[in-house]
Design a binder for this molecule. Structure first.
Ligand code: ARG
Length: 228
């Protein structure tokens, strides 16, 4: 939607998949909260409209955006070449890597992806974690729509590891000390907010909100006293 259309309907529809703490997750009051949700709220506030979060499976987010069912995707989504062919990404707002999570107190402590050969590994369908483990044919990949289900499988010993973004792995391990981060895989990913391909008006707006969030009080002082 154009900014005019978003203002006319009075709400910004943001798609996300909320089993990804601390970026987006369901809290004890059943609200979807997190780092990304605060960014989404900021964008909605700046547009002067209400924020409506649309909860979708991760692999349905891009199709939903392409079909105009949502205005933005904010989902800890890594900017990849393949995705950038079908949606437009904002400037990066977070750096990420993959990681391997296993059960605490067991011998199996993989330090690299190759150590997962011959093992069952849970991932979220369509994520960059799914992509990196699927490249190694000897790994038995089990794909879930929700990370909460992937961790349930790990707990129940039906898989040997979960591969997912490091910051999110740390959040799960902190909450469930029965799991441990066994390795970090340096994938050098960057998260971006996605808009419909060609929607440069909304993209510029989003980029301005992100850049503004990056500014320190010092930058703001320089801007105030020296620029323009
Ligand atoms: N960064 C990874 C990717 O883009 C995982 C994102 C998963 N996000 C989520 N909200 N479940 O593929």
């Amino acid at each position: 939607a154009t900014i005019t259309e978003i203002k006319a309907k009075g709400k910004l529809l943001v798609g996300t998949e909320p089993t990804f703490p601390p970026f987006e997750y369901v809290d004890e009051n059943n609200n979807i909260v997190g780092f990304d949700i605060d960014i989404a709220q900021r964008i909605a506030d700046k547009l002067g409209v209400k924020l409506e979060i649309v909860n979708l499976p991760f692999d349905s987010l891009i199709p939903a955006l392409m079909q105009n069912k949502i205005d933005l995707i904010i989902a800890g989504m890594t900017i990849t070449e393949k995705r950038a062919k079908v949606v437009d990404f904002s400037v990066p707002y977070f750096n990420a890597n993959q990681s391997i999570v296993v059960r605490e107190g067991e011998k199996f402590r993989p330090v690299k992806l190759e150590d997962l050969k011959g093992r069952k590994v849970a991932v979220q369908l369509g994520t960059t974690g799914d992509i990196v483990v699927s490249e190694i044919s000897e790994i038995k990949v089990v794909r879930f729509q929700k990370f909460t289900d992937a961790f349930l499988e790990l707990q129940n010993k039906r898989v040997d590891a979960v591969v997912l973004d490091e910051a999110v792995a740390r959040a799960y391990v902190k909450k469930f000390p029965k799991f441990v981060v066994s390795a970090v895989i340096d994938t050098g990913e960057k998260y971006g907010i996605a808009v419909k391909k060609g929607n440069s008006e909304l993209l510029n707006f989003v980029n301005n909100v992100i850049s503004e969030m990056f500014k320190s009080p010092y930058d703001l002082l320089v801007e105030k006293w020296f620029e323009k």
